[in-house]
Design a protein around this ligand. Structure first.
Ligand SMILES: [Zn+2]
Length: 278
């Protein structure tokens, strides 16, 4: 099965991960910008990072047979520094216009503060002015309040819900999430967030429509093959092939297709490692 990994931070992963992903059938990956492990102090550090994921990481992934796209944003975890938010947003346009950038993201709330709301709101406005879609990150603590306030901001800005991929849903948010028109993400992690078993139960309760599963795989204990494990578990748990296809490929494809730059290539051939090793 050709899989789209719609939300993964390859910046924090190794070449072994790329090889394992290709071997397991992952052919396309989307890398949203994120927190680098310590807070940044300069707008230039953001810009260098945006260029790195848009250019170097895309080339690196391609060598391993994976077509790699990006989403660019100022992440919620660093949003308390409003001066830096303003500086970065003032210079972010050229990265959002890059040929490998297909969305604004991830944006949203972390600790659910007013400063985070400021960065979130401004970036929704930027995305709207550029007719781009958006990846929204729901906070990991106080999720019901996080989704309530996220949807409030989205509605106040008037951003079309159908162009939002609202990620990191759990059993605590799904009832509220099903009241909106966003695409809904489920992130699978080995020790926190969701397990394949919980994904299976959510799909059974709420249906597979507009649901997108990702592995996210970042600095924490995470798994770049999470989607493969979800596929195996769901098959064993009685879900049909069409449902599984939607969750790990078709719906992500449908969401990202709003971007004219999204042209996923499922047929890249990995390069012989001896030709690029140094
Ligand atoms: Zn993420």
């Amino acid at each position: 099965m050709n899989i789209i990994e719609p939300h993964i931070h390859m910046y924090s992963r190794t070449t072994d991960d790329y090889q394992a992903m290709y071997a397991a059938g992952i052919r396309v990956a989307v890398e949203p910008s994120f927190w680098l492990g310590s807070d940044r102090h300069y707008a230039g550090t953001f810009f260098d990072y945006f260029r790195l994921i848009l250019e170097f990481e895309t080339v690196r992934a391609r060598r391993f047979g994976i077509d790699h796209y990006c989403a660019v944003s100022y992440n919620p975890k660093e949003a308390e520094n409003r001066k830096l938010v303003d500086e970065v947003l003032a210079g972010m346009g050229e990265y959002l216009d890059h040929e490998r950038c297909i969305a604004v993201g991830e944006i949203g709330f972390n600790n659910i503060t007013d400063n985070e709301e400021y960065a979130f709101r401004r970036q929704l406005e930027i995305a709207m002015s550029k007719d781009m879609q958006v990846i929204v990150h729901l906070p990991h603590l106080n999720k019901p309040e996080g989704i309530r306030r996220s949807l409030k901001v989205i509605r106040e800005v008037g951003f079309p819900e159908n162009r939002i991929y609202l990620d990191h849903n759990t059993e605590d948010t799904m009832a509220q999430a099903r009241q909106c028109d966003c695409y809904l993400g489920l992130t699978v992690y080995p020790y926190s967030k969701l397990t394949p078993r919980r994904v299976s139960a959510i799909v059974r309760q709420y249906g597979a429509e507009k649901l997108i599963v990702s592995g996210s795989a970042d600095w924490g204990v995470s798994d770049p093959l999470a989607l493969v494990k979800v596929i195996d578990f769901l098959k064993g748990d009685g879900h049909d092939e069409a449902t599984i296809q939607k969750l790990v490929r078709a719906t992500a494809d449908e969401f990202y297709r709003h971007s004219p730059r999204w042209k996923p290539d499922f047929d890249l051939t990995p390069v012989d490692v001896s030709t690029f090793q140094r």
